[in-house]
Design a protein around this ligand. Structure first.
Ligand code: ZN
Length: 151
């Protein structure tokens, strides 16, 4: 799919797609949000456990394409231990990265999505879980759809 991304990035995406991290329900979560990408059929639910401003734990369930699952898996790994405002800044960086291929700050392992901007149909797959994250942080109850958002 990604001919011109280097193999390492592709391997990380495939690894997280096949063996998603933090892939389970979280019955005692502080907040959760559903994300739906009708263009691809990705449907994910994200769970957060908060301690004040700090995201103590994050997990997700659902089904979707490889990009959406790998993105959600990397998201959960990335935001655990971060504050809500740090997670919001990370969302903005990841959104810049997947829409332009460039970012203003450190995105950690999410750098594997640097080539997604060349495939406009996959951008919403990559950003879906991040919209769900923002929905959960803001306490939105309605499902988050990529079709209601400015990616
Ligand atoms: Zn998808």
């Amino acid at each position: 799919m990604f001919d011109d991304i280097n193999d390492l990035y592709q391997q990380v995406i495939l690894d997280h797609c096949k063996k998603p991290r933090n892939f389970h329900e979280m019955p005692q979560c502080s907040c959760s949000a559903q994300g739906f990408n009708p263009l691809c059929g990705d449907n994910l639910k994200l769970f957060l456990t908060l301690d004040g401003e700090i995201i103590k734990d994050a997990s997700f369930v659902g089904s979707g394409c490889c990009i959406s699952k790998a993105s959600a898996s990397l998201l959960t790994e990335n935001v655990i231990g971060k504050s809500k405002s740090e997670a919001s800044r990370m969302f903005e960086r990841v959104r810049d990265l997947v829409t332009t291929g460039k970012t203003t700050g450190d995105v950690g392992k999410l750098a594997v999505f640097a080539g997604v901007y060349k495939y406009p149909a996959r951008v919403k797959c990559a950003i879906l879980s991040w919209h769900a994250l923002m929905g959960a942080i803001k306490g939105e109850v309605a499902p988050v759809s990529t079709e209601n958002e400015q990616t």
